[in-house]
Design a protein. Structure first.
Length: 283
């Protein structure tokens, strides 16, 4: 039995099905419906998405803008992910990933290619999520005749990573957020130049720091040594490497650990990019 809990618009209804609150999608499904009305299965497009009630209005807005097939695709991707991954996903992914996929297809159709600078990091640091992203691309191509660039596998993986939901989320999130904030403030102070915190370059830098902090707390830091690259970075970008070393020293002292040279190099690369773009924008 499908019981109406709230009518969001003529095509979107918050319902209770099998004791669980869900979003039901269907053309005209909410027309003339009131709370506690019963909806016939024949009116529903067989799309039931678990969603938090406080986000239901956002969902209704998206449904007005996004074709239903993208919610179908997202539901299928989430089903695969929850079979393959060792954690549950927050229901917000039904909003964020549907929106992203719709936008990705629009960009692809217009020939707009936006490179994902985190492709390598995601592919190597989150192989399970990346694999699901690859599976999703194949399924989208086969079932919906939509071919998306290979980089979209990492974008899908990124949404899965961000939608992790577990009982340690608040505690771990606070711990990670504090370290991210400390690193960012140390770098900004050491650069001694203005940084546009609204720029895409700053956002990318923050994202790299978040990945680094995730790897640090999950004991997944890169351990391989690349002595030549390490020497080259100090020779070419001493300012960035000096800033990265200050971060390393702080973490080593605070957490009684030893950050590997490879991680120092990659942090230096991202700091150097931030320095270069900030210098250009400030001139």
């Amino acid at each position: 039995m499908i019981l109406v809990k709230k009518v969001l618009n003529s095509s979107v209804v918050l319902v209770e099905k099998d004791g669980q609150e869900m979003i039901a999608l269907g053309k005209g499904i909410g027309y003339n419906k009131k709370i506690d009305d019963i909806i016939s299965d024949s009116l529903v497009d067989k799309i039931f998405l678990p969603i938090e009630e406080q986000k239901s209005s956002q969902f209704a807005e998206l449904v007005d803008e996004i074709p239903i097939q993208f919610f179908e695709i997202t539901k299928e991707i989430v089903a695969i992910a929850e079979e393959e991954l060792p954690y549950q996903l927050n229901t917000s992914i039904y909003l964020t990933l549907s929106d992203h996929l719709h936008f990705a297809v629009e960009r692809s159709e217009k020939g707009l290619v936006i490179s994902n600078r985190l492709y390598w990091e995601i592919k190597n640091y989150y192989p399970k999520e990346f694999y699901i992203g690859e599976m999703a691309l194949k399924q989208i191509k086969q079932k919906y005749k939509i071919e998306l660039p290979n980089e979209e596998a990492s974008n899908i993986a990124f949404h899965l990573i961000n939608a992790q939901s577990n009982k340690h989320e608040d505690q771990d999130g606070l711990k990670k957020a504090k370290l991210v904030g400390t690193i960012v403030n140390m770098v900004r102070y050491s650069l001694r130049q203005e940084i546009d915190t609204n720029s895409i370059h700053y956002t990318r830098f923050i994202t790299h720091v978040r990945f680094f902090v995730d790897r640090f707390f999950s004991e997944g830091l890169l351990q391989e040594k690349e002595d030549e690259l390490y020497r080259q970075m100090w020779s070419l970008y001493p300012g960035a490497m000096d800033s990265a070393t200050k971060v390393k020293n702080y973490i080593d002292q605070t957490y009684s650990t030893q950050i590997p040279e490879n991680e120092l190099v990659y942090l230096g690369v991202h700091i150097n990019r931030l320095m270069n773009h900030s210098a250009i924008e400030n001139n």
